[in-house]
Design a binder for this molecule. Structure first.
Ligand code: A2H
Length: 253
């Protein structure tokens, strides 16, 4: 944990009705997987959401009509940031694990894929952000490798009950052009560095540094309302749109 507070954008990924059995108690409410991101301008390229299979999550009342699925610690922080039905107190309707979330169909803001699915990622930290991560394999090396692992390894899919149709149809969506790295910069860097799986932690740290810095400082949007603009310019504009339209909220920790 750094000393500087981190300001995330929480992306509201809406659970598509009819809800599965485990979620029947929430019927009639708007239920969202709440994903914390530092790159709201990449949301066009979402292919799935990530959850930690053994992570503990809850479904929390944010206000009278909306429910967020996220880690308990994040729900407590949100309650102190004016996002709980009961002021300063998380109100948990349902205890869940990551395994309960795998396979949930979601509609996520700006995504070109109309419906995406929650899938297992083993490197998720439950004490960072919300414990839910939105996956953009074009620009995030962790996302690229975790999706690559699930696509390449039927045994991994089977272990977590992941159906082929939640994974195999989802291709990388180019959204940002980066000089020298092209429009799938996470893939380019992972191939260059010969990263073999999501467990290749040290190399992934380096890959993240490279893509994050270069994507942000030299990248240009090639899709969406701000196509042609630099990522640096587009980022606050896209973020504000998401906030204004109620598709996202700010979260600090
Ligand atoms: B980012 P920082 Cl396109 N566990 O969002 C593991 N990773 C988490 C997490 C958790 N609990 N919560 C958030 N994250 C990820 C998009 C993205 C991200 C792109 C490129 C780079 C990137 C799509 N995934 O992050 O340690 C989320 O992934 C690279 C740093 O707080 C979030 O932003 O700096 C980022 O890590 C926050 O990491």
């Amino acid at each position: 944990e750094g000393v500087q507070p981190q300001e995330y954008t929480i992306i509201k990924m809406e659970l598509v009705a009819p809800f599965p059995e485990k979620f029947k108690a929430l019927e009639g409410k708007k239920v969202f997987l709440a994903a914390a991101t530092l790159r709201p301008e990449t949301m066009y390229g979402q292919t799935n959401a990530w959850v930690l299979p053994d992570g503990k999550y809850g479904a929390f009342e944010i206000n009278d009509s909306e429910v967020f699925v996220l880690a308990h610690r994040a729900a407590l922080n949100l309650a102190y940031q004016n996002h709980s039905r009961v002021p300063e107190k998380p109100s948990c309707l349902l205890e869940l694990t990551g395994r309960d979330l795998i396979g949930l169909p979601l509609k996520s803001p700006l995504s070109f894929n109309e419906v995406i699915y929650a899938l297992p990622m083993l490197s998720i930290l439950m004490d960072k952000g919300t414990g839910v991560v939105t996956s953009v394999p074009s620009d995030a090396p962790d996302d690229y490798m975790a999706l690559h692992d699930l696509k390449a390894k039927p045994a991994l899919r089977e272990k977590y009950g992941v159906k082929d149709e939640w994974v195999l149809p989802f291709e990388i969506v180019p959204i940002i052009e980066v000089p020298q790295f092209g429009n799938k910069c996470a893939e380019t860097v992972c191939l260059q560095m010969k990263i073999v799986s999501q467990n290749d932690k040290e190399k992934l740290v380096e890959a993240k540094k490279q893509t994050y810095l270069k994507g942000f400082t030299e990248g240009t949007m090639i899709v969406g309302e701000f196509a042609g603009r630099r990522v640096q310019e587009a980022k606050p504009l896209i973020r504000n749109k998401l906030l204004e339209t109620g598709q996202a909220i700010i979260y600090s920790e």
